[in-house]
Design a protein around this ligand. Sequence first.
Ligand SMILES: [Fe+2]
Length: 191
Amino acid sequence: MNWKLAIDSYGEIYHLNILHAKTAAKEALGNLQVIDTFNNNLRMVVANQKFKLMRLFMPNMGIWPYRQITETTYFFYPNVLMLVDTFGVDVVRIFPLEDSPTKSRTIHTWYIHPNVQQHFETHGMSYEDRLRAFRDAVAKEDYVMGEDVQLNADIGIQSEIFLGRNEGALQHFHNVRRSGIGRDLLPVEDV
Ligand SMILES: [Fe+2]
């Protein structure tokens, strides 16, 4: 699939409860995200399941442990993502492949917090399991869906994609890349 289509899957959380119902949705919280932008770059923050406990039992938001309850994705122009959570940092770089508009390569590297491996071992878990779960969710769910979208575009079934009013991350992502190659910003439709 196109490299921008691959990056799209990281840019909104509304598909979480549907596409990742049996995987990532057990960890993250769907339908809740905030973004802010800095020039061509972007930060998107979603909450994880601990967020619900915080709201119930810790009314003072000032002392919420931010990194414990959130997952933050930085979109660095043009093609680098950095995902930060309580365990560490995942870096995802997505490149066009073979000079083709329909092929891309994703390179995933990761760094774990020094205390995390110990934490995992203490609880009988393995960081490699988490890594595998992350890669499976992306490769077997997000990218399978993305390949379908690409296929539909290739054969002309789908010529356009609508981005909703709450998909600000994707709007920013595509607009700065359009600007980068001298194209107009995405047209906005009245509803
Ligand atoms: Fe996804």
